[in-house]
Write a protein that binds this ligand. Structure first.
Ligand code: CUK
Ligand code: CUA
Length: 645
């Protein structure tokens, strides 16, 4: 196995952090401190391959050894994405997305504010402005990496924000969010999947709640006029390409392996607004969206737009959707939708029904041609247990379904389920495993790609109850790691998480190849670059202060253990922007800038530029300091921000 994770600084730059720290530390007494900082970083230590670990428990990754998989975990209501190592289940990083992050300055730096606000709809901007211009919360559910040709390509991870109807894109090279858009005409983006073939391509996003259209004060009580939409976002430009109005509340979705169809589950086919109304019918449905048919109609101009939005909208409701959509009846309130790695079957999870419905992708063309009835697409409907929510797959034709109410994972065989549906006397269920407790999503290693490898399954359990020492009324959730490489599932690890992750994806490390330092040509600081150019400043070289009326722009180059300016003098009332460029092109050598008592703080990663703007509201001396322990003389890495009254 090619190990692309274990690139040490030595190989890349010819200089390790250990050497850098040793070389620049002039005071002998601080050598011990430097060693402390280095051991925390752990840079340059050789690591053994996972397979060579002598441990009997395959999930145990010995100190110094590396994980085989990247896990992208939704941060739930915390609004971030967490990178986990699998199988160790160690939390490696948090990527700020829809949250405010004090560690990185996400939500405060000009670079992040641009990303957080540029994609808002006019209504969203108005509502966010009531909160100081930014949404400070998010509710992430479904992190999905980009695909090329049916498997992960390591470019991006996409994730939804149900709370404020947004979709974000995370760059896998720097593991930072680079685009966030708010989807117009809908409320609560929930289910999210990406096009698997030929590439991503589209990001498919389900609008869950039904609202008046446009939602500007009309039809407040006329609930029959409420509607919701399925949206296709162009993953390259992060613009909404088109929307289709559908019947029911959209829940989850998944796509085929041909780039032709998307299947979305819908609850509340009654279009009710109270619990009682939503529960009236025995059956709900999935809606199948025909991507080519929608594209053709958009191209032919057969669409409308709504309100201020320019996005093409098509009618795909049960009554009018003929060309674009088909509705397949599914027992009451289906939830998860999961495409098998064979590319031929899509499993719809029953939730309130003990069954899962297996749809044959090959039947969809006949369905749209009107040659078969919708229910003819259902080629198996095994009864698995109470509360089936989500299904994952291995590489041997087996499926693993979470049973929320039974607190179990049910392992079953897809071919046997098909045979049973044809009337053969076979039992598709292979094993039921107790999990602790109430599982929602589950995910297998590479299981949503054609490269499913059947090694690991994670069950994301909503309740941990007694599995950990008591931390108060709010307990952690419990993500259990299950070894599925043998004939029987075996739980090998309990992993606590906070704030309801909902979902995760598990990606082989050979697919992801993050950078160690930023490239100075990165577009991240393009706005800063333009401003510097106008000010005659070279970001990489110049530390200077430019006054422009009562606007003051401060350019600082940081190289451990100094800031290029040890004193910044401004006048009370000035609007100050500080640009910091970290010219330490050494792995893991992050600096920061915190301005005491001003509530200003940001990270500046190796070779990165970041900036922050604030008002100098009070005269006095305020120290700014580097808050990342970067050097033996880190405590001395500071300067005075002097505000003249
Ligand atoms: S949903 Cu949470 S358990 Cu948002 Cu994918 Cu099913
Ligand atoms: Cu730079 Cu601490």
């Amino acid at each position: 196995m090619k190990d692309n994770v274990n690139n040490t600084v030595k190989e890349e730059k010819g200089l390790s952090r250990r050497e850098l720290l040793g070389g620049t530390t002039k005071v002998a007494a601080v050598a011990g401190v430097a060693a402390l900082a280095v051991s925390a970083g752990g840079v340059g230590t050789a690591s053994k391959a996972v397979a060579s670990s002598p441990s009997k428990n395959k999930s145990h990754i010995a100190p110094g050894d590396l994980d085989e998989y990247y896990g992208f975990w939704s941060g739930g209501q915390a609004g971030d994405i967490r990178i986990m190592g699998v199988p160790s289940m160690r939390e490696l990083a948090s990527i700020p997305v829809f949250n405010y992050c004090g560690a990185t300055g996400w939500g405060q730096t000009n670079e992040s504010k641009e990303i957080l606000t540029e994609g808002l709809t006019p209504e969203g901007r108005e509502l966010a402005d009531a909160n100081g211009g930014l949404y400070l919360n998010g509710d992430t559910h479904h992190p999905h990496p980009s695909f090329t040709d049916g498997t992960y390509d390591g470019r991006y991870v996409f994730i939804n924000d149900k709370a404020n109807s947004r979709v974000a894109r995370i760059r896998c090279d720097v593991m930072r969010t680079d685009k966030i858009i708010q989807v117009p005409n809908v409320q609560a983006i929930h289910g999210l999947r990406v096009q698997k073939f030929p590439r991503t391509g589209y990001v498919f996003a389900n609008g869950e709640f039904r609202i008046p259209s446009p939602n500007d004060g009309r039809d407040l009580e006329d609930v029959a006029k409420y509607q919701t939409m399925f949206s296709a976002i162009d993953g390259d430009t992060m613009e909404v390409a088109w929307q289709v109005i559908v019947s029911g509340n959209l829940d989850n979705n998944d796509t085929d392996y041909n780039g032709e169809y998307v299947v979305a589950s819908c609850y509340n086919s009654e279009n009710g607004v109270t619990l009682g109304e939503m529960m009236e019918a025995e059956r709900d449905h999935v809606v199948v969206i025909n991507v080519a048919a929608v594209e053709a109609a958009v191209k032919a101009g057969k669409f409308k737009t709504i309100g201020d939005s320019k996005v093409p909208v098509l009618d795909g409701t049960k009554e009018n959707g003929e060309k674009y959509t088909r509705y397949i009846d599914i027992p009451n309130s289906p939830h998860g939708v999961n495409t098998a790695p064979d590319g031929r079957h899509i499993v719809v999870n029953g939730k309130l029904s003990p069954t899962v419905s297996v749809l044959a992708v090959a039947k969809f063309p006949e369905l749209f041609a009107g040659k078969i009835k919708p229910r003819d697409c259902v080629v198996a409907e095994p009864e698995l247990g109470l509360g089936p929510l989500h299904t994952a797959f291995d590489n041997k034709g087996n499926a693993y379904t979470t049973l929320f109410l039974d607190s179990q994972i049910c392992k079953w065989n897809v071919d046997k389920a098909l045979a049973a549906h044809r009337g053969e006397d076979v039992n598709p269920i292979i094993q039921k495993l107790d999990v602790q407790y109430q599982p929602g999503h589950n995910h297998t290693s590479m299981g949503e790609t054609k490269d499913a490898d059947g090694k690991w399954l994670v069950s994301l359990n909503k309740f941990s109850k007694d599995r950990y020492i008591n931390v108060g009324p709010l307990k952690p959730e419990n993500d259990q790691l299950i070894d599925i490489s043998g004939s029987k599932m075996k739980i090998v690890h309990d992993g606590p998480t906070v704030s309801e992750p909902h979902d995760c994806t598990i990606v082989h490390r050979s697919k992801i190849n993050p950078s160690h330092i930023w490239d100075r040509n990165d577009p991240w600081w393009e706005t800063a670059r333009q401003q510097a150019k106008a000010d005659g400043v070279v970001l990489e070289e110049d530390s200077k202060i430019i006054r422009d009326g009562n606007k003051v722009r401060v350019y600082i180059v940081s190289i451990a253990p100094t800031f290029g300016l040890e004193e910044i003098k401004v006048k009370k009332g000035d609007e100050v922007t500080i640009y910091v460029t970290n010219m330490d092109d050494v792995e893991d050598l992050c600096h920061g800038l915190t301005l005491t008592n001003y509530g200003v703080a940001m990270e500046i990663q190796p070779n990165q530029t970041q900036s922050v703007t604030f008002k100098a509201t009070r005269a006095g001396v305020y120290w700014y300091y580097c808050q990342w322990f970067c050097h033996a003389l880190h405590m001395e890495m500071r300067g005075r921000f002097i505000v003249e009254g």
